[in-house]
Design a protein around this ligand. Sequence first.
Ligand code: CMC
Length: 421
Amino acid sequence: MAESITITDNRTGEQLEIPITNGGVDAAEWRKLLPGVWFHDPGLATTSGTESAITELDGDNGILRYRGYPIEQLAQQSTFLEVAYLLINGELPDRAQHDAWVDDITHHTYLHEKFRKRMYDAFHYDAHPMGLLTSGVAGLSTFYPDAKDIEDPDNRMHQIIRLIAKMPTFAASAFRHSEGQPFVFPDNTLDYPSNFLQMMFEVGNPYEIDPALRKAMELLLILHADHEQNCSTTAARVVGSAHADPYTSVAAACAALYGPRHGGANEAVLNMLDSIESYSNVDDFIKSVKAGEGRLIGFGHRVYKNYDPRAALIKEAAHEVFAVTGKNPHLDIALKLEEAALNDEYFISRKLYPNVDFYSGLIYQSMGFPIEMFTVLFAIGRTPGWLAHWDEMLAQDSRIARPRQLFTGNEERSYVPMSER
Ligand code: CMC
């Protein structure tokens, strides 16, 4: 059978055969037969914006692979910085490449002190850390004007290293600012997750990093590192397609991530669990969701129509964290919600399963992160993914993102002076 589709314009009887390539049909071919007839696809749910070789996501079968490597193997055997290298460069590094990469990132962790201080001082003490992070990342573009040269792959790589290195420093600064605590400078003798945990939690005495918590931090960063064309990555690509510098493009991604339908969901899950209050209220809560009174946050996904493999890994890791920190008091409510939803026709028929955000917040909270920091943690993890897509897009012959619309407003009419309205 031919791997193609044939479209017919019933107004003229004209036909055009379009090959199906890599699971898609080329809209440029479509345009030849139907100029001025647009695909109407709100939410871009059936539109591919690019070819990409970075992440494969098979939502029906619950499969996630970075550059061909299953997420389960990377989660168990790799490190976040190695995964970042893989996403950006396409292959796992050999020892020399790995060590040079880690060394480079480790030595770009500092923020210019004047910039850091002045910027954070400008914010109120209770400013949401995602607001601080988004502004801080955007502000870096004014600090590194050399980043505007986006045509040079070496220069792009230099900015990529800077940004991956500085995200934890920004994040910890935002937290310290909101707590009114003095900033802890990066310690370049520590690995990436340990350095971040130390900048977050060191108070006075030397901070002892628990190996189980360090491991959980590394795992969560790996699991968030990429997820192909999600809302925030698409935001970075749209802004980057206008040839904005990488800091501005990643700031756009941070802004998109902030929303509760996307990365803000991990924060919203904890607020939801809080509002349910007790195990005995779970059934009533599920009824209210089914009655359309709100959503079961941490459930459902545009692409996964099966258990999100990241949620399964996080659920497993939660027990290792709770063995150190004690069980999160919200765990029983979460487990009962999951059980109730997975056995309920409403959720089954809509293929709604726990996503990455359902259990991650419980771990973060038990590790001592305040709820407002959860989306910031997602952002640190997702930064290599955003940058890998930004770099891939610029290496391709990409066009500026500029969709069409179906205009439904008024036809031409004459201006009416105020006195006659
Ligand atoms: N609770 C209850 N019903 C839901 C939920 C949910 N969490 N998610 C989807 N539905 C229902 C929805 O009401 C609709 O029902 P009907 O067909 O009767 O109108 C049906 O399922 C399809 O939903 P949709 O809104 O068309 O699905 P979408 O692909 O546009 O939205 C989503 C995907 C993730 C925004 C949505 O599932 C949602 O709002 N989930 C809760 C928020 C959340 O957990 N977000 C994190 C997503 S994973 C990490 C990330 O992307 O950052």
